[in-house]
Design a protein around this ligand. Structure first.
Ligand code: GAR
Length: 197
């Protein structure tokens, strides 16, 4: 039986698109049964709708407590019959009790070579700014299992790219993103088929 994936995102959704494309081409042998946006109006929602994937918005700011937010996520995961939760550019912290209930089944992609440039404040372009500021020769992306320590869960796979002398945060982000689009579907496929090298 194919595994069910529920994808969460906060932005343009190019990683969501990479997952959709991989399920269509057969490189990823799974069903995306639902998409959850962290706020209304983001590009990822139109990508999900275009692909016929049921989507909804679960906005942290519309809940009074962390617990209500957590319950809303848990209910959606159950209703969408999720086997794995994929954070594909999701910029909101997942509540601890959700991580505990879904232990080892929440997967995140991060735009750096973790453990470097992870944790609080390191997301999106902030990561690439810091990498350039520190004159690193290489950067990349990491797919890891989410645990209670922010960006510190077990690493499943990484891909690296060179940092060029004239790189801007935007040009580096674009080079890393190309690799994310390869790494994320490939790693999920290995995870669900249990074919890690
Ligand atoms: C991606 O670069 C992803 O790695 C990053 O957000 C971007 C989303 O792009 N995630 C994080 O920074 C998580 N800490 P996308 O919406 O085009 O997929």
């Amino acid at each position: 039986m194919k595994k069910n994936l529920v994808v969460l995102a906060s932005g343009s959704g190019s990683n969501l698109q990479a997952l959709i494309d991989a399920t269509i081409s057969g490189k990823l042998d799974a069903n995306i049964t639902g998409f959850i946006a962290s706020k209304p109006g983001i590009g990822a929602i139109s990508r999900a709708e275009k692909a016929g994937i049921p989507s909804c918005v679960i906005n942290r700011t519309s809940f009074e407590t962390e617990n209500e937010f957590a319950n809303s996520l848990l209910t959606a995961f159950r209703d969408l019959r999720a086997d794995y939760i994929i954070l594909a550019g999701y910029l909101i912290k997942i509540p601890v009790n959700v991580i505990q209930k879904w232990e080892s089944r929440i997967i995140n992609i991060h735009p750096s070579l973790l453990p470097d440039y992870g944790g609080k404040g390191f997301y999106g372009l902030n990561v690439h700014r810091a990498v350039i500021r520190d004159k690193q020769k290489f950067s990349g992306c990491t797919v890891h299992i989410v645990n209670e320590e922010f960006d510190k869960g077990p690493i499943l796979a990484q891909r690296s790219v060179p940092v060029l002398e004239n790189d801007t945060p935007e040009s580096l982000a674009a080079r890393v993103l190309e690799q994310e689009h390869i790494l994320l579907p490939q790693t999920i496929q290995q995870l669900i088929k249990k074919t890690f090298p």
